[in-house]
Design a protein around this ligand. Sequence first.
Ligand SMILES: [Zn+2]
Length: 290
Amino acid sequence: MEGTENHGRRKSRLEVVERKAEAVRLMFQLYASGKGYKAIVGRINREVYRTKLDNAFSVAQIKSILTNPVYIGKVRYDVRRDWNEKRRNNINPNPIVADGKHEAIISEELWEQVQFMISQKNGKPARIYDGEYPLTGILKCPQCGAGMVISRTTNRNKDGSKQKLTYYACGNWKNKGTTVCHSNMVRVEKANTFVYNQLDKLLSDEKFFKEVVGRVNREHRILKENAIKEREVQEKSLEKIKVRQQRNHELYEDSEISREEFLTRREELNRQLCELREKQTETSMVIPLN
Ligand SMILES: [Zn+2]
């Protein structure tokens, strides 16, 4: 199906996964070093794709990869508000993120740095769910109402040793500076403990607890049903792309299309295939392939 010239260098699935990981790592590093999307896409496609991957990356893909918690070992649920709707603005701004059962490709530190840089660019703090900092974006600045984000300071103790402290701070202050708002910092441990204690009280209320569990179960069932539907759609799309690839080759071999036309179509089909694989990876995180 892939075409005769690909036969000699067909890559194993594992090798492609490793190459992809390498590309993802480089994307995060480049973004963190201040490179723009265009510069990143250029370099990735020049250095990684040409030599090691079958498909080139697009700017849209890089944007989506840079915000996908899959790469720090987490799973993102509920990305689309309604699975049957294909509209672009159908993306849930507050997806549920949980620990996955897969390996992290990049460090949480690098991930956090990139999310912060993206949020600065967008002019609003990203809603990042993190086990250690669960109140990020949920906690609101008491002064201006902006979502609070993580801020770190290093204090020097009297004996010269350093102590790192982590705070929730006003997102407006962190993004735009003191002309807009004050830091209004609160220690992460203090805020977390307060909220956990309140949650503890709520959860010891049996009726409330059962309601919450029931809701989570319902949402999980819907999530799984949606993923199954989505997988069916993906499998059909994959078949279609394969048929088109086959057809493209036949047309070229029968000299019905020019080499240029053949290459353009092949490039486009490869791009579609790459996008589809990305979606399949996400779906397989929700319902693992048998
Ligand atoms: Zn504020």
